[in-house]
Design a protein around this ligand. Structure first.
Ligand SMILES: [Zn+2]
Length: 141
């Protein structure tokens, strides 16, 4: 093992190297950049506001017979999987906080590609992998 740096400069250098590594990893994830670019864009904010105005209730809750105010707009098929559908109204759905959180958690568990793996949305949209994937993924983790 190489000797530890004993000078402040050496310690700071190591810390900066770690920071640079972290930033490189973040930048190296192109999907993250795509998502950030979409949700921070004026186009998305306008689309989001319009959708929440036109359809103020959570779509997943509505499908289950519940009435819950939507506070977020979700991409049915994730931006990572289909960046070309990022601004497609047909690919956007209003969700309440809990439903959005559940969907995102399910997507993370299934590898983070997003979109086709969650239960409610993929069932409603005839997702390719089907609703059974959701419970299987839960069982594995
Ligand atoms: Zn909901």
């Amino acid at each position: 093992m190489p000797s530890k740096p004993r000078t402040l400069a050496g310690i700071l250098h190591r810390r900066r190297a770690a920071d640079a590594e972290y930033n490189r990893a973040r930048r190296g994830d192109p999907d993250r950049g795509v998502e950030d670019a979409v949700v921070s864009s004026a186009r998305w904010k306008a689309l989001r506001a319009r959708l929440l105005r036109d359809e103020p209730l959570c779509r997943t809750c509505a499908a289950a017979g519940r009435t819950e105010l939507a506070v977020q707009v979700d991409h049915v098929v994730g931006v990572r999987a289909r960046p070309d559908l990022a601004y497609d109204l047909g690919n956007c759905q209003p969700l309440c906080g809990p439903c959005h959180g559940l969907k995102n958690a399910a997507e993370r568990r299934s590898g983070g590609v997003g979109g086709t793996s969650s239960s409610h949305a993929s069932a409603a949209y005839g997702g390719a992998r089907g609703p059974s994937t959701f419970s299987r993924d839960r069982g594995e983790t």
